[in-house]
Design a protein around this ligand. Structure first.
Ligand SMILES: [Zn+2]
Length: 289
């Protein structure tokens, strides 16, 4: 019996949970085969030869059954999503689909031969499925998700995870305002089933997306409170605003905290200034007319 949860997770969607070098607590990235007959591989993820062999066995079985392998799609540029991209393209000769922002970041790693913008209809046409491609920046500038309106599922990439929260790192193209905006946009589509890149499917997609928005807004309120209480460096802000999390997660939490500080700056709630050795923040002074 297969020890990994490879299974049909939605109409026309197979999940292959495969080992990748990803961030704890995750140890795997879900690759999805989308299509009842002809199919697309979403997340050519694993870089490990033995795990790629497992992925190829699933693809080969579909091809042997007469199903056409149409394309592989990477939701975004992170290494735990594209580790098999080159090998899949070389073995099957399929195009690699991704957003142009992802293509730019993968330059020199692997060539994106099927650039997809928001609303691209080519995969839907090739599969004969009602399938929307959405550009959802925030976690990554070129992030794409796939939404099937008729069946109600969304392949969510790294917009959500059912194992942990999502990092938004401004030094890697992350943008908190865009992230929250796109979470709300995804929720408005009313997905009944979310299929994340990490973790099991979530059956109340709207509730999970709304919980993510609430979590981010709650964290941002704590960060603003920390600045108001005098925390002015990133480390000091994280220590106060993440006092409900263990210190070992703070270095990673600091990436998202920086994204929140930039969002607060853009909203005019805080001001950034150059300290002696590092950037500092303070509440924005209100000017008297
Ligand atoms: Zn990612």
């Amino acid at each position: 019996m297969d020890r990994r949860p490879h299974a049909d997770v939605a109409p026309g969607v197979q999940r292959l949970a495969l080992r990748t070098p990803t961030l704890a607590p995750a140890t795997e990235t879900n690759s999805y085969l989308v299509g009842e007959r002809d199919f697309v591989l979403v997340e050519p993820a694993t870089p490990y030869a033995d795990t790629q062999a497992e992925l190829f066995a699933h693809i080969d079985a579909r091809v042997a059954a007469g199903h056409r392998f149409v394309a592989t799609l990477a939701t975004h540029h992170h290494g735990d999503h594209v580790g098999a991209a080159e090998a899949v393209v070389a073995r099957y000769g399929v195009p690699l689909a991704a957003h142009p922002e992802t293509a730019r970041r993968l330059h020199g790693v692997v060539a994106v031969t099927m650039p997809c913008e928001d609303g691209d209809g080519r995969l839907a046409a090739a599969l004969g499925m009602d399938l929307a491609v959405l550009h959802t920046p925030g976690h990554a500038p070129g992030h794409l998700v796939l939404h099937a309106p008729a069946d109600g599922w969304t392949i969510a990439g790294d917009m959500v995870s059912t194992l942990s929260t999502i990092i938004v790192d401004p030094d890697d193209g992350g943008d908190m305002e865009a992230y929250v905006t796109q979470l709300r946009r995804m929720a408005a589509l009313g997905p009944t089933r979310l299929l994340p890149a990490h973790g099991d499917p979530a059956d109340d997609g709207v509730a999970l997306l709304e919980a993510y928005v609430r979590h981010r807004e709650g964290r941002e309120a704590k960060i603003l409170g920390a600045v108001a209480a005098g925390a002015d460096t990133l480390d000091a802000v994280v220590e106060r605003a993440y006092d409900d999390t263990p210190p070992f997660v703070w270095p990673i939490a600091a990436r998202s905290a920086l994204a929140h500080l930039r969002r607060l700056e853009a909203r005019g709630a805080v001001t950034a200034f150059d300290g002696d050795a590092e950037q500092r923040w303070k509440l924005r002074e209100t000017t008297n007319p």
